[in-house]
Design a protein around this ligand. Sequence first.
Ligand code: IPM
Ligand code: MG
Length: 362
Amino acid sequence: MFKIAVLPGDGIGPEITVQAVRVLEAVGRRYNHQFEFKEGLVGGAALDAAGTPLPAETLELCRTSDAILFGAVGGPKWDQLPLHLRPETGGILALRKEFGLYANLRPVKVYPALVEATPLKPELVRGLDIMVLRELTGGLYFGKKYREPLPEGGFRVVDTLEYTTPEIERILRLAFELALKRRRKVTSVDKANVLGSSRHWREVASAVGEEYPGVELEHMYVDNCAMQLVKNPKQFDVLVTENMFGDILSDQASVLAGSLGMLASASLGGGIGLYEPAHGTAPDIAGKQLANPIAAILSAAMLLRFSLNLAGEADCIERAVTVVLERGYRTADLMEEGKIQVGTAEMGDRIIEQIDPPRTLE
Ligand code: IPM
Ligand code: MG
């Protein structure tokens, strides 16, 4: 029996997460696994119901589960709250910190059926397969922050970008380990021409690189990387970077695969893994069954692969997604002429049909 904590959150979070749960149930039917799904409150939904974006019961639920399936948090309703109460900082960031989830894997893989869906020229992305590895518990997100009034009026506002040597070492080591199973190239992205933290990042990256003579290490400035991602994205294999750069570059990289709605993620490092689509809550389309559930569904595949060690089952989900896209089914974000537009739940249905065992004739 596998225990999964399900934290749907806000906006489109609930409607996409439920599809990921249905897909996992289909995997359970096909491969005879028992999943126990327990829902917890997080983000704005938790604020409204319990007065805090991360209630103690949710933390306890996560602690006693084998993996966390997360939707998305945040929305205009809660934007004016102080940082510790906001769904983002008080919810998902607090969870990442609490469980030591320092490594965020965001695979950008172009499905053959979607080469035309990118805003770039199709030949630039055909066959593209990049692993964006984002440091997730350090940097600007978690450094000291304050705001102090100035005597002449106005404020001084400060965010701090902090990293320690061990924090950089562990994420770089993972980058090299991932590269060993891929095309053996690591691009470490920084801003070492300006930031002290980046200069240290670069030194540590080089030192860790010495331990992996079989892997090519390249350093790249973040501005250049943003440009290279649209100019020649196939040069990248594993792209490793600090928290904020990773947040920005992964959104950018996601559209190479057609849409941010395709970008899954796994957050690892502590005892328990958290799996969430890289996109946000999309308040403008929430509740309308327009959202693409594939990022959530592929996050569930990563959950099977990394937390439950069920690689064959994860492959099965990815194959199902491939087939459904080949057959022309598209949510609104990926819609092109000649394709069949489906809603959130119907995309879930199409994928589940590919997973469920064929019915035997009676
Ligand atoms: C992401 C999101 C989050 C982040 C937000 C919701 C706090 O953009 O997972 O990329 O910035 O990490
Ligand atoms: Mg982001």
